[in-house]
Structures are given as C-alpha cells and as structure tokens.
Design a protein around this ligand. Structure first.
Ligand code: HGY
Ligand code: MN
Ligand code: MN
Length: 417
C-alpha cells in the first residue's frame, strides 16, 4: 500500500464500547464473569446484538443453515476474504474470548466502508455457532458446517439438562437437518484470518502486543467411564472395595504425568459421581480429559498412553472401564501468505509482533481445511483466560484490530507484502 495514503485505522473507542456492551449479555453476577453457552437465551440475545451491529456497519447480513451470522461487503472478484470468531462462552468466562474477533471484524469492515477503502475481493465477518463445545460436548459446530464436515449425529448430543442440540437449534428457529447446507467451497473463500486473545503468557513475557500464530495445537476430548460397586463407606474394608473414584484420581495423575513427559497438556475438567452421597462408595464415575499437543503423532501417542493407563488402573481395581473420544481436531499450520500479510500489516503500523504456536483451539483450525488460514493474537493480562479476570487492554485490542484491518485490505487486493 503506497506510503502517501493515510494509514487507515479502526475506531478503538467504538470497538471497546461494543466489547463492554456484549460483555454485559450473559454477565454472571456471582462470578463477575460471563456465562453465554451456545444457543442459550443469553447467546441468542447476543446474536441479536451482533446482527444489529453488522447492519449498523452497513454490511449485508445473513444467517446460514448452521446459524452462522455472516456480514458481507461485496467485491468485484470471486473468493471472499473472511474473518470471524465466536460469541458463545465457557462457564464463568471472560469478555474477550471470541467477541474480540467478531467485534473487531465488524469494526474493520465498518472502517473499510466508512473510509471507502478499496477491496477487490468481497470481505466477510462471521460469528460462528458453538465454537467452545462446552454445552454439548463437541464444538466448532458452525465452522465445521461451513467447512463441509457437519455430522448429523451431533444433533442427538445433550446438554447438562438433557436438551439435545437438535432441540436447542429448533428453539433458535434453525432447521437442524439443513445445517449441512451451510457448506461452502474453497473457491468461495480466498483466505480466512481470525483475531483472538492469546489466552497465554508468551506475549506478556516478551512485552509484545501482537502474535502471529504459525500453528495451532490439535486436541482430543476423551470421556472416561469407570464402573465399580456402590457400597457402605463405613463397613466396607478397603481391600474389598471396587471404588471408581479412587481409580479416577489415579488415572488423572497418570494423564498429568503423560502430558508432562510428552510436552503436551492434559486437563480433567468435568467429573460426575454417582450416587454421590457422603457415606457411599461411588458406583460409577465419569470424567473428561482435554488432551493437546502441537504434533499429531505426539497427540495420538498421548491419547493411546492415557487409554492404556486407565485400563491398567481399572484392571488392578476390578472395575469396568469405557473410554471414548467425544471430539477432536488435528494440529494445523497457518498459511505463509496470510502470515506474510499479517506481518506486513504490523510493519505498516509499526506494531511489534512475534511468531508463535497457539495452544488454544479456534474456528481457524477448521477453516484451514478449506482455505488459507491465519491467526492474529493479542496479549492477555497474566495469561488468564476462561476466567472472569480474562483481560486485554484497549490499546492491545485496538492494535490487534488495526492489524486485522490491514491484513484484510492486503488480502482483498492480493497485496501480500
Ligand atoms: O478450548 C479452546 O481452546 C477454545 O477455547 N475453544
Ligand atoms: Mn475459549
Ligand atoms: Mn475462543
């Protein structure tokens, strides 16, 4: 882009205000965080907020069959340049995980339109359905539908209260059995670049505001079910017990050891105990393990080693064990062309950047399956995320959104460096 033209910039105050407004929807007074689970009343209210904001920005707005909200500025060439993220949250979440990418995308396209910035290719910002996967136990629903990998079996997944994904989609006035029609071809999308908070400590430790993800970890979500025999907590000798809770504790420690040895991560995030009485040895325990690694072979080896450890513990304690993978995605690499456009945008704005691997999952993982993908990260205070104290500064949000703006403009005019 020629140097004499003014360097376009987004409206940082407007972006920050929309982040605070969205953060109020699903605000969880008890924790000070946000709980806005996929297709919940709070998320449906947040979707309305996004639609209004997209329209206010002058975008053509549509919702696809998977519920993805798509704001678009038309262009002359085929092959849109797309950004996006999500507004569904985990439980007692922060305000930035997902919303930063959606709101910055809207702000960037609004700036392009307001300042009449040239873009030969169409520009889109997408608010994807159910990125987190917390409510139904599998995620990336919207981006997977768009990437052509929708699985009808997901419709029967249930949430904590027994509501199926199918019922939740119907309640949101979606047609669940049409979700697969949201699929788009690689020709329709020239490139995808997402802006997201880092959710880690790397950028803060280096005192750098912006990161360029070179790759994104893969993950496997395992459900482990251990079946023993409920019994009296007082009269049952320790030697005679078939206690799945003690076994679960041993299995979780094994997973931690395997992750440390492999250089990956493993997390036991949910646990169900039945019957769940203070004076009853549990009969059954179900827990989940979130297992991740940057390398596919190491990720597969971690999952295999954990399964073997669980089975060994179950055998030693005379329990029945059932382990199944309930969700997962392989590690992905970012496209050099998109990373180069991001780096050029940082250079143009005099914003220092750092290339790094991203340990968090994003819709960008899925979109890399159908188009060239890039991921811009901004600094997270104390590296905290999936927590009410998740926070990034206005300056860093503005810097990230400006880098996104310049990356989109470059890609939309086929100017990489
Ligand atoms: O779990 C993740 O990494 C993301 O928040 N979905
Ligand atoms: Mn998240
Ligand atoms: Mn996220």
């Amino acid at each position: 882009m020629s140097s004499e033209t003014a360097i376009p910039r987004i409206n940082g105050e407007r972006l920050w205000h929309s982040l605070q407004q969205l953060g109020e929807i699903g605000a969880d007074a008890s924790s000070g965080g946000v709980t806005r689970l996929s297709l919940s009343d709070a998320e449906l209210e947040a979707r309305q907020f996004i639609v209004c904001l997209m329209k206010e920005a002058g975008l053509d707005v549509r919702q696809d069959e998977a519920g993805n909200l798509i704001g678009r500025l038309e262009g002359e060439l085929p092959g849109a340049v797309v950004t996006g993220s999500h507004i569904d949250s985990v439980i007692q979440a922060g305000r930035f995980d997902g919303p930063l990418g959606v709101l910055s995308g809207i702000e960037a396209l609004r700036t392009v339109k307001e300042q009449g910035i040239r873009h030969a290719r169409p520009l889109e910002v997408i608010c994807f359905t159910d990125e987190e996967g917390v409510r139904f136990g599998a995620g990336y629903f919207g981006s997977r539908a768009m990437a052509g990998s929708w699985d009808e079996a997901w419709l029967e997944l249930t949430d904590f209260s027994g509501i199926t994904l199918k019922e939740a989609m119907e309640r949101a006035n979606l047609k669940p059995h049409k979700a697969s029609q949201a699929a788009r071809s690689g020709e329709e999308i020239k490139a995808y670049v997402e802006l997201h908070i880092e959710q880690g400590r790397v950028l803060e430790d280096r005192e750098i505001p912006v990161g360029i993800a070179t790759a994104i970890y893969g993950h496997r979500w395992l459900e482990v079910r251990l079946q023993g025999r409920a019994d009296h907590a007082g009269t049952t000798p320790m030697k005679l017990r078939r206690d799945p809770m003690a076994a679960a504790a041993e299995a979780m420690l094994a997973a931690e050891r395997i992750a440390l040895q492999a250089g990956g991560v493993a997390t036991a995030g949910t646990l169900q105990i039945s019957p769940g009485a203070i004076n009853v040895i549990p009969g059954e325990v179900i827990f989940t393990l979130d297992v991740r690694h940057e390398r596919l072979d190491s990720l597969a080896e971690m999952a295999r080693a954990i399964e073997s450890a669980v089975n060994q513990v179950a055998d030693e304690r005379r329990l029945e064990a059932a382990i199944r993978i309930i969700d997962g995605a392989d590690p992905v690499q970012s496209a050099e062309s998109v990373m180069a456009a991001i780096a050029a945008g940082c250079g143009e704005l005099n914003i220092p950047e750092h290339r790094m691997i991203c340990g968090a999952g994003h819709d960008a993982v899925v979109m890399s399956g159908i188009t060239d993908m890039g991921l811009i990260l901004i600094r997270s205070k104390d590296g905290i995320s999936h927590h009410p104290q998740e926070w990034s500064s206005l300056d860093d949000c503005e810097a990230g959104a400006n880098v996104l703006l310049h990356t989109l403009i470059r890609l939309a005019n086929d100017i990489i460096v």
